[in-house]
Design a protein around this ligand. Structure first.
Ligand SMILES: NC(=O)c1ccc[n+]([C@@H]2O[C@H](COP(=O)([O-])OP(=O)(O)OC[C@H]3O[C@@H](n4cnc5c(N)ncnc54)[C@H](O)[C@@H]3O)[C@@H](O)[C@H]2O)c1
Length: 245
């Protein structure tokens, strides 16, 4: 199926992996709604993508805030109509122990990862049904299936989106909607990695653009294709799926 002239919603699109995904969707001829809290970078990113012929809608939004998240997806739907793909990539990882973290800090990370996944998916669900199908992708992590110290917010958030993905993949089958999680299958050079990787990991990190083909593949999926999987996006442009249902 062609993605040309179809719409993508990419969160956390100002930098890192989200930017690489948005770039790949523009290169595939898609219209792209770009959501990020960093309005300053988003402005520059939008200008870059428009200069390459992209039809983009930059939306400065704090995805930890339910009202702002709803308003951003409502604007997207009014502007572009039903998206072919929702790629919820934004996340915040602040390593803090249980003794250090406050409830407000915990809730912020959970809201960006899990609450926003729910609000965005709920908003596009009926439009995707009415359009005859679509694809939803949540960015997961090794933190989506195993524990790590000082990840008492990020880790349960990632476990949460894996659960939401499994339920929605089952419900989406009747409506031709694919729902998958994706995880970097290689260490990637992004601002998040810069703050959290060891020097040894940084020696092997790769440009996130190398992982982008997996997200183009996922945008093409619907209920008859790959759904209910965690997909590892590899640096050689390929991907592996782990069956999770
Ligand atoms: N970097 C890695 O090695 C790695 C590993 C596993 C999973 N992941 C996942 O991949 C995804 C992308 O990671 P990355 O390394 O590109 O991260 P990053 O921190 O470099 O980029 C995340 C983007 O999300 C945006 N964002 C943060 N808080 C926001 C908020 N409240 N509202 C709106 N936007 C907000 C940031 O401004 C940024 O543009 C994340 O979901 C992350 O958990 C990354």
């Amino acid at each position: 199926m062609t993605l040309r002239a179809q719409t993508a919603v990419v969160t956390g699109a100002a930098q890192g992996l989200g930017y690489a995904i948005a770039e790949a969707y523009v290169a595939a001829g898609m219209k792209v709604a770009l959501m990020d809290i960093r309005g300053d970078i988003l402005k520059q990113v939008s200008a870059e993508l428009e200069a390459r012929g992209g039809d983009v809608l930059p939306l400065t939004v704090d995805l930890s805030d339910a009202g702002e998240t709803q308003a951003a997806i409502d604007r997207t739907l009014a502007h572009f109509g039903a998206p072919r793909v929702l790629a919820h990539n934004a996340a915040l990882l602040i390593t803090r122990s249980m003794q250090e973290i406050t409830f407000a800090q915990w809730q912020k990370e959970i809201n960006i990862i899990l609450q926003a996944a729910f609000i965005l998916s709920k908003a596009v669900w009926q439009p995707m049904i009415d359009a005859g199908g679509g694809s939803i992708v949540y960015l997961s992590s090794g933190s989506g299936y195993k524990g790590f110290v000082e990840e008492v917010a990020y880790n349960p958030g990632k476990h949460g989106i894996e659960g939401l993905m499994k339920c929605l993949a089952l419900e989406g089958a009747a409506f031709n909607i694919a729902v998958n999680c994706a995880t970097p299958g290689a260490p990637i050079n992004t601002p998040m990695s810069a703050s959290n990787y060891t020097e040894q990991q940084k020696e092997r990190w790769v440009d996130p653009a190398l992982l982008a083909p997996a997200f183009v593949f996922l945008a093409r999926q619907d209920g008859a294709g790959m759904t209910g999987h965690r997909v590892a996006a590899r640096a050689d442009g390929k991907w592996d799926a782990i069956d999770l249902l």
